[in-house]
Design a protein around this ligand. Sequence first.
Ligand code: GDP
Length: 214
Amino acid sequence: MNHPLYQQASFVSGAHTLSQLPPDEGMEVAFAGRSNSGKSSAINRITGQKALARTSKTPGRTQQINYFALDAQRALVDLPGYGYAKVSGKVKRHWQHTLEAYLLQRQALRGLVLMMDIRHPFTDFDRQMIHWCQHSGMPLHILLTKADKLSRGAAGNALQQVRRVLAQEYGVAREQPWATVQLFSALKGTGVEEAWGQLDRWFAMGPEKERAPD
Ligand code: GDP
């Protein structure tokens, strides 16, 4: 099971500030998740590359924005998660500011994929990202990661519960929702095709798409 477009992802550069990113052109989809949310594993599974994004059990490792080109027009962007305790307040504030500016200003950005551990959804980090998407009109797709850790029934219930919270607390409508959610397991491969489908739809918007004003 592979998707040629995502399989050709290749690392271009790492950035600590927005000015270090490649020019704001073409189209990109960004991935965000709190540390240990399963973000690296999800990116590796979606691209069919075992070690594209580093999977690491070491919180506190140097964090940067990693930029992966797919082709001349399209890219995937791996954003740092700053949620864990070992990171200093100063580093957290730096990334909080940088991610907010990126989400609100980046013209090339077509959508954000947010990884939430299915057993611990809606951390402070997650709510911050959802809030910024809501306020900037940025399409959001949530992967409930590590779905294999729950039984099929429990995973289905968790999915419905997350949908309820999105509807009730963030005003996500059933018709034409700005935020969608799915089950995902990097371990089993569950949900990979659904995730590809969402990325394909965002990239199909084309490079000239204008963002809706607030
Ligand atoms: P990151 O810090 O968000 O990049 O998370 P990682 O991808 O490094 O994963 C964090 C931990 O969760 C690692 O121990 C992974 O092996 C584990 N993990 C990630 N995805 C899955 C999954 O789909 N199923 C299970 N059971 N474990 C996973």
